[in-house]
Design a protein. Structure first.
Lengths: 94, 537, 205
């Protein structure tokens, strides 16, 4: 079992990612401040998804890991979304 | 296959003397084989309790009216019977006992990936078991909600629910950690050359099971936490008086508890998939189809939970959806049955005890599975929902499926585990008595359910009397058969004939090491070549 | 347990990493159950959730979001620092992460405290008398979800604390950095959950 060589991520990458995350945070605060009706929820969730994508890819090193970990993460997210959708088949049509 | 360069003459894992002596040498051991036996003995202890409770229920039902207990006691007995049997026996049964013992052996590893975590899982199991038992022994009355803990009754009843709920939570955590360990073991510790498509089928089913354990168990975990919080603080999440929706509780509960059925049955199918090729001396038919159906069952099985709730007031659209998805699961299950039968075709069949168990497994599994279609169809389910029919169905699947497979597995791997052979005549006698008792016990319940006898009642109308007498008699015959099996195995473990390395001429890796296996399994890690495979006869 | 010696020799960084990821999946589904409940009740009580969310202080929520994001960056940097062999920097970065986690908890403590003073806590008579059912559900979920999240912060801080001790002792070093990486992964999970909790409770109103 050899230990795989690590990819050392430079500090500057992390700083750029943090800046993007903070920017998205403020944008989501601004956007949800505007009255958009049902779109507010969508906008907030889109920004949250963007942020979690950045955290997963860079902070959690998915970009530098072997692809099967990425596949697993994607699979788990899909399972969770399917659970929500199937649950809503009940509540939405009740 | 290149066999290990030398057969280790090391001490076996049973005789090994480490730093600790006596009991400590077991409960502090991180050896996967010792942990497997720890699980086996603790599961057997709990099984004894569960069987006694089951016998008590059957005795109560031998005649209408109060026989040995009243309504409240009956409620407590079926609740504790359910919690013990589901959370402590059938869910950990095959993965924790045979998975732990055999997974590293079958994939050519020295142990699981995280041996200490493995031992920790067993401690969690014991802690959970003690918590559940304590809910019976202390406090104001035993839990009486049924093993499903349905809201709002589970936070309204005055009985001692909290330890039982917390115990189920801890048992779930134990199950998650076992699953996690197995996935990492399978990903990282397969012998060199053993590609995914050369892995034996039992590890494959453990892999599918482990994913369900990992992704479904936390959902019930948080649900049980919420029920506890509801009891303590009244947060309102499932309380209709505060705006909560009790049906949402049922959704969340079954999001775990339906996949849990597949946690139970998948490894059972895996064990059968090992037994049948060995006793047919033939390559398993449709290896890839069996693997694919394992994964398909694991995946689709995650999305069918709503078929437990057809009469709860779900939307019609949801009912159709769940019904269709439920029928989909029948396809991969049937594929497995066809493959097992095709494996036997033109095989050189050896009529040994494990093979008898495997045959009876297919028989009861088919009855259980087909009666499941009756329950999965909307029109018929409304008719038999919450009747004895449902009880018969899931005992055929859960006890018939998992129990029969467990006995097939123990009779198959017993010589490997203990290094001794059991008395085959008594094993066969035990099997036939058990099988007859099983059918006499549960088949009348199908009839009773169709006639409209509800489940979970200590009393019934006079018209149901004769079938109930047969069922109770069956429970005694089955327990008698069980006693024969257990006594035979115990005696043989002590004083049976010494078993050879490979008594059944199996081709998977666990048969290449001595019986019982040495502490570190393999002196040299085996290597799979181009042409090697688990079922090359 | 002579096997134990054997297993200690066996070090598989990739295996530990998968193990941590699998544990993270479990945690995601644990919170996932709560998110299912949240979305169902939000769907059933849209106006009440709207109203109740205005009770929460967006400023405190935003500050806590930024704190967690920064702490995520510092622990990610600590891995790079260790790999570069800068032990001192690693330790400082981990200490900063711990401090930020603590500040988050202090903020949370005061935020909850204010709610309690206003009579908003699970099972309070004030809530039953003055709030609608949807609002009671909102606050019930608010306390459960942020409370469970806070427990995870505490667990994460404990893990980071252990890692910090091992880095200073030298048992976690560039060739054996799995513990640090796993502590990082766990901390990012805590951040990830907050990324969704924040808009769902503080922003959508």
């Amino acid at each position: 079992m050899q230990n795989e060589k690590h990819h050392i991520v430079p500090y500057s990458t992390y700083i750029i990612i943090l800046a993007a995350l903070v920017l998205f945070t403020f944008l989501s605060i601004e956007v949800t401040g505007i009255e958009l009706g049902g779109l507010t929820v969508a906008a907030a969730l889109i920004f949250a998804s963007l942020k979690s994508y950045l955290v997963l890819t860079y902070f959690m090193h998915l970009k530098f890991d072997k692809p099967y970990i990425r596949i697993m993460v994607g699979f788990v997210i899909l399972v969770f979304l399917a659970v929500i959708i199937i649950t809503f088949i009940d509540y939405f049509f009740r | 296959m290149q066999a290990s360069s030398q057969i280790p003459h090391d001490v076996s894992y049973l005789d090994y003397k480490g730093k600790y002596k006596g009991l400590l040498a077991w409960i502090l051991s991180t050896d996967h084989k010792r942990i497997a036996l720890l699980y086996m003995f603790s599961i057997m202890t709990m099984f004894f309790v569960g069987v006694c409770l089951g016998l008590a229920m059957k005795l109560e039902l031998i005649a209408p009216g109060k026989t040995i207990m009243g309504a409240q006691d009956y409620n407590a007995v079926f609740t504790v019977h359910g919690v013990i049997m589901i959370f402590m026996i059938v869910i950990p049964g095959l993965p924790a006992v045979f998975g732990n013992f055999l997974l590293p052996l079958m994939i050519g590893a020295k142990d699981v990936a995280f041996p200490k975590l493995n031992l920790f899982s067993w401690y969690l199991y014991i802690a959970g078991a003690i918590l559940v038992i304590s809910s019976v022994l202390f406090g104001d009355g035993s839990p009486d909600t049924g093993w499903t803990f349905y809201a709002p009754y589970s936070f309204r009843t005055g009985t001692n629910m909290l330890p039982a709920i917390f115990g189920a939570f801890v048992l779930g955590f134990s199950s998650i950690l076992t699953g996690l360990n197995f996935i990492v073991t399978i990903h990282r510790l397969r012998a060199p050359g053993m590609t995914w498509t050369k892995m034996p089928l039992f590890p494959w089913t453990l892999y599918g099971t482990a994913w369900i354990q990992l992704l479904a168990t936390p959902v019930v975990g948080i649900t049980l936490v919420l029920v506890s919080l509801e009891r303590i603080f009244g947060i309102g999440v499932f309380d209709p008086a505060l705006g909560g929706d009790p049906i949402l509780y049922q959704h969340l509960f079954w999001i775990y508890s339906h996949p849990a059925v597949y946690i139970m049955i998948l490894p059972a199918m895996g064990a059968i998939s090992e037994v049948i090729p060995t006793f047919s001396q033939k390559h398993v038919f449709g290896y890839k189809a069996i693997v694919a159906s394992t994964l398909a069952i694991a995946f689709v099985g995650y999305f069918v939970w709503g078929h437990h709730m057809f009469t709860s007031g779900m939307s019609g659209t949801a009912q159709y959806t769940f019904s269709i998805l439920t029928f989909l699961v029948a396809i991969p299950s049937a594929i497995k049955v066809f493959n097992w039968i095709s494996t036997m075709y033109k095989g050189s069949i050896a009529l040994e005890t494990p093979f008898f168990w495997a045959m009876s497994f297919i028989f009861v599994f088919m009855i259980g599975g087909l009666s499941g279609l009756v329950l999965g169809a909307l029109a018929t389910d409304v008719y038999v929902h919450d009747t004895a029919f449902v009880v018969a169905h899931f005992h055929f699947i859960v006890f018939g499926g998992v129990g029969f497979s467990f006995f097939a597995a123990i009779h198959y791997w017993f010589p490997k585990m203990f290094g001794r052979m059991y008395d085959k005549t008594w094993a066969n006698v035990g099997w036939i008595v058990f099988f007859i008792g099983f059918l006499a016990l549960y088949t009348p319940m199908f009839y009773l359910g169709m006639q409209g006898m509800p489940r979970r009642y200590y009393d019934y109308l006079e018209q149901f009397h004769s079938a109930n007498i047969l069922s109770t008699l069956g429970s005694w015959v089955m327990t008698f058969g069980l006693a024969i099996i257990v006594i035979n195995l115990f005696r043989s473990a002590k004083s049976g004939a010494i078993a050879p390395e490979n008594p059944w001429n199996g081709k998977t890796l666990e048969w290449t090491v001595p019986s019982p296996p040495p502490v570190e399994n393999f002196d040299d890690i085996p290597v799979y070549g181009e042409k090697d495979g688990p079922y090359e006869y | 347990m002579s096997q134990a010696i054997h297993h200690d020799e066996h070090y598989d960084a990739e295996g530990s990493k998968i193990g941590m990821w699998l544990f993270i999946f479990t945690e995601l589904l644990l919170f996932g159950g709560l998110f299912v409940i949240y979305s169902v009740y939000r769907f059933m009580n849209q106006d009440a959730f709207h109203l109740a969310a205005e009770e929460l202080n967006t400023t405190v929520g935003s500050i806590n979001t930024i704190i967690l994001l920064v702490s995520s960056m510092t622990i990610a940097m600590s891995t790079s620092a260790l790999q570069k062999g800068q032990k001192g920097t690693t330790i400082v970065l981990l200490e900063i992460t711990l401090m930020l986690g603590l500040i988050f908890l202090v903020n949370k403590y005061f935020e909850w405290g204010v709610k309690f003073e206003h009579g908003i806590f699970p099972g309070s008579q004030h809530m039953l008398d003055t709030l609608s059912q949807g609002e009671i559900l909102f606050f019930g979920l608010y306390f459960v979800m942020t409370g469970l999240h806070a427990l995870h912060i505490i667990a994460g801080m404990a893990l980071i604390g252990v890692t910090l001790a091992k880095v200073s002792k030298g048992t976690v070093h560039p060739e054996r950095s799995a513990l640090l990486e796993n502590a990082g992964l766990y901390w990012h999970l805590v951040d990830l959950i907050w990324i969704f909790l924040f808009p769902l409770f503080y922003l959508i109103h």
